[in-house]
Design a protein around this ligand. Sequence first.
Ligand code: GDP
Length: 444
Amino acid sequence: EMFGQLTTGLESAWNKLRGTDVLTKENIAEPMRDIRRALLEADVSLPVVRSFIESVTEKAAGTDVIRGVKPEQQLVKVVNDELVQLMGGEVSDLVFAKTGPTVILLAGLQGVGKTTVCAKLAYYLKKMGKSCMLIAADVYRPAAIDQLTILGKQVGVPVYSEGTEVKPSQIAKNGLKEAKSKKTDVIIVDTAGRLQVDKAMMSELKEVKRAVNPTEVLLVVDAMTGQEAASLVSTFNVEIGITGAILTKLDGDSRGGAALSIKEVSGKPIKFVGRGERMEDLEPFYPDRMAQRILGMGDVLSFVEKAQEVMRQEDAEELQKKILSAKFNFNDFLKQTQAIAQMGSFSRIIGMIPGMNKVTPAQIREAEKNLKFMESMINVMTPEERERPELLAESRERRIRVAKESGKNERQVSQLVAQLFRMRAQMQKMMGAMQGQDTPDMEG
Ligand code: GDP
């Protein structure tokens, strides 16, 4: 699995934070070294690694850890957000011309998958409802024209070619004219690839670019080449001016360095990624999804986000203290049920807590029904009774009054009081599981 090593490297970083309760420059120093090593091993370029580590350190050490969220989970979140930024933040959509055909010029070295990308992109655009035409402007290899013609047939898109005797810029120009007359929405120009960057290639590309004034100039690069891909994007951008990159072969065992370095090194976004040899294996590049794949921690992220949304820091802190010291009372009970209602279904929250997935859906439904039933009794309690459930445990008179006012019977009120004490114990257990610590003994 691509990114496998990076993911493992990051896991060891999180593990080093287990058992701490705040993030400081000091205690994240060692995990940050692990992250740094993991990124370098993934072939991310050194300056990119440096600035990444710097900004994660600064952000992580400066954040208050939300109660109920473990520091290593919080660090996962910070690293995730920075990875997303590193890769450009938002998805970078293709730009279409306002009038006339949109011209997409594709460049790239030999073997990176450029010809395949031409056809994949046409297939993608066709599915979007755009009419396409491919233009064969790679005149050095007759085989390249044949290959494009075959792929064009395969995806049902016309291929414009004039053999190998006409200049590429002229072919591109003639192709564009043809597309205009046919009212084609998009033309994709396949240009010659070389084994390496050279002057002839660059000047030919410039000439083709001048001839057709493209809306998009995309450089196709191979993910297997790691940070080298990033410097290629940068070189092409300086030499001919490009609008973005297409990163191929992400399905192979490349180490991820290219995906992480391209934007930062070249200033140009990755617009598409190739994930296989089939025509449908080309998709827009989503930095957030890519970051989640790298971290392999989607569950932790959504847990932290939910907790951030719902739990204000002080509330959560207070609640946690009470739970741990077994002072959990009916007011907390109400607050808790409201928070749970706000968070969405109980079951989803339970599912996000490691070690809690053994609870069955039937048990959860039962618990949710019970919460409503109990709420109606709590609503008629006096403030002191809510604060100190012991009062109800000690006085039959109080229980009878609560029963009467809530339309329940005395036995049901007794059960509720007993349940609150049981809940104290359960919540302590749950908190223990969330914090990875042993369950404190129940105090009474
Ligand atoms: P070009 O020389 O740049 O035009 O490269 P081609 O389009 O001929 O592709 C070279 C080889 O890479 C072909 O065998 C393609 O099937 C393969 N290829 C292209 N893109 C991908 C990809 O995203 N994943 C994988 N696994 N193979 C790819």
